[in-house]
Design a protein around this ligand. Structure first.
Ligand SMILES: Cc1cc2nc3c(=O)[nH]c(=O)nc-3n(C[C@H](O)[C@H](O)[C@H](O)COP(=O)(O)OP(=O)(O)OC[C@H]3O[C@@H](n4cnc5c(N)ncnc54)[C@H](O)[C@@H]3O)c2cc1C
Length: 423
């Protein structure tokens, strides 16, 4: 499309659709836009798969098995379908997808503003301006670590780290480490730091306990087969809660070992309740540890029952091993309710308290006061504006690599209809 000029004489490039972000979500959008011959550009502030290159720690592997790494027209084809990709392998996998789908990516192009115009949107970047009719926001759900306000009261002598700054245990000072948060990130970092010889205390709020394997199969095979992750967003009973759910306690290690609280306490990690406040240099923990642990055990038990029921009804019982049940999580009779952060026992606090999206460049009033986009299955509350890659966007598996294909197809279908209606 030929460029136009602003009233002040600036050149404005024109295209039909701008996609923001060249992670797997933006690239999947590009794949379907290309299939429908919709003229588009993918703008990426860093490189393709930037978050996997720059924002993850060194030892991280996917917690989803290789066979589950599938994107439209591209899937894992290596010799170890049950293994888990390293970060280098994920970057290669996504790079290859970008090349195969010939995505028109402009790297090193930071989007600094998006605002509405009479016929669509005006996108400003550090390298120029673009006018378009539709925008797909695929800038990620994990742009910033979510750190609770109580971190501000942590004494100055204690180092504070987030998963964005953490690369490996050797960068931490010697001494005790408090890891706050027991989702996938928290349990993985707690195990790695404890193994490095630094004694770890793990502060545990609500969490999702899962065994790595069940009845001889990866637990994510069961999630897939039993249709748990396929549940649609408009069928989920409490969507707001589902969108905030912590990631499951899983790690993708070659040993395929379970990494739940029992595994961590067996390694010597001390488990305490949710971090509630810092007062006079003391971190105070909630007394509800026993309850959150009982709840996680109960939910895991229910999920295993769902799997067993699915296997029975689907006639799969003979394809898998017999049902298993796991030891309840061991909780000490009394747990620590406070930790003195001034005494020298703790030299580092790691905030593994989740991640959040960030839209400082979005000048369209579609972000709620908690910083989340208002959307219905990826159709944002502003005509021609779309989102991909957010938790439970259209299905429970939406934020995962294997969840993007159906979501991107549906969102691009809607976008195509929007363009046709305005033609
Ligand atoms: C620690 C961690 C572990 C995970 N493990 C797994 C796993 O095992 N399996 C799995 O399937 N999923 C996993 N996920 C979830 C998910 O697959 C990733 O978060 C994935 O990176 C999301 O892809 P995306 O394309 O939506 O976003 P991203 O990969 O974050 O891509 C967004 C892109 O947008 C760019 N961008 C942002 N703002 C702008 C801007 N203003 N201008 C231009 N470009 C911009 C960013 O640079 C980035 O490249 C994990 C997530 C995290 C955080």
């Amino acid at each position: 499309m030929s460029p136009s000029r602003s009233p002040e004489g600036r050149v404005i490039e024109r295209t039909t659709t701008v996609v923001i972000g060249a992670g797997h979500a933006g690239l999947a959008a590009s794949h379907f836009l290309g299939e429908r011959a919709i003229d588009h550009i993918v703008l990426e502030r860093g490189e393709v798969a930037n978050s996997w290159r720059r924002e993850r720690w060194d030892s991280l592997r996917l917690l989803t098995p290789n066979w589950q790494s599938r994107l439209p027209g591209h899937h894992y084809g290596g010799p170890d379908p049950d293994g888990y990709m390293t970060m280098g392998e994920v970057v290669e996998f996504i790079d290859r997808f970008a090349a195969l789908s010939r995505a028109p990516v402009r790297t090193g192009t930071n989007v600094t503003s998006v605002r509405r115009t009479d016929d669509g949107y005006h996108v400003r970047t550090e390298h120029g301006e673009i006018g378009c009719r539709t925008v797909v926001i695929a800038s990620g759900a994990c742009n910033r670590p979510a750190v609770p306000q109580l971190s501000e009261a942590v004494p100055a002598g204690v180092e504070q780290v987030t998963p964005f700054g953490y690369r490996g245990p050797d960068q931490l000072p010697d001494g005790g480490v408090l890891v706050v948060g027991a989702s996938a990130t928290g349990v993985q970092l707690a195990a790695e730091i404890q193994r490095s010889g630094r004694p770890v205390t793990l502060s545990t709020g609500e969490h999702v306990r899962l065994p790595r394997t069940y009845r001889g199969r990866d637990v994510l095979w069961w999630m897939d087969a039993a249709g748990v992750w396929d549940q649609r967003y408009d069928e989920v009973p409490d969507l707001t809660r589902a969108r905030q759910l912590a990631s499951p306690q899983l790690a993708g290690t070659p040993e395929r070992a379970t990494l739940d609280i029992n595994a961590l306490t067996a390694m010597g990690v001390e488990v305490v309740g949710r971090a509630a406040a810092v007062r006079d240099g003391q971190l105070l923990f909630s007394g509800g540890l026993r309850n959150v642990i009982a709840l996680a055990d109960l939910k895991m038990e229910r999920l295993l029952n769902t799997f067993d029921e699915w296997a029975r009804v689907a006639g799969k019982d003979s394809d898998v091993k017999p049902p298993e049940r796991f030891e309840p999580t061991r909780v000490p009779d009394s747990t620590r309710l406070r930790l003195d952060l001034r005494g020298g026992a703790i030299s580092t606090v790691v905030w593994a308290t989740g991640f959040r999206p960030d839209y400082p460049w979005l000048d369209v009033p579609v972000v709620d006061r908690k910083g989340h986009l208002n959307h219905d299955g990826g159709v944002v509350d502003s005509p021609g504006l779309y989102a991909l890659g957010l938790p439970v966007l259209r299905r429970r598996r939406s934020t995962f690599i294997h969840g993007i294909e159906d979501d991107a197809r549906a969102v691009v279908d809607h976008l195509t209809g929007h363009l046709a209606a305005r033609r």
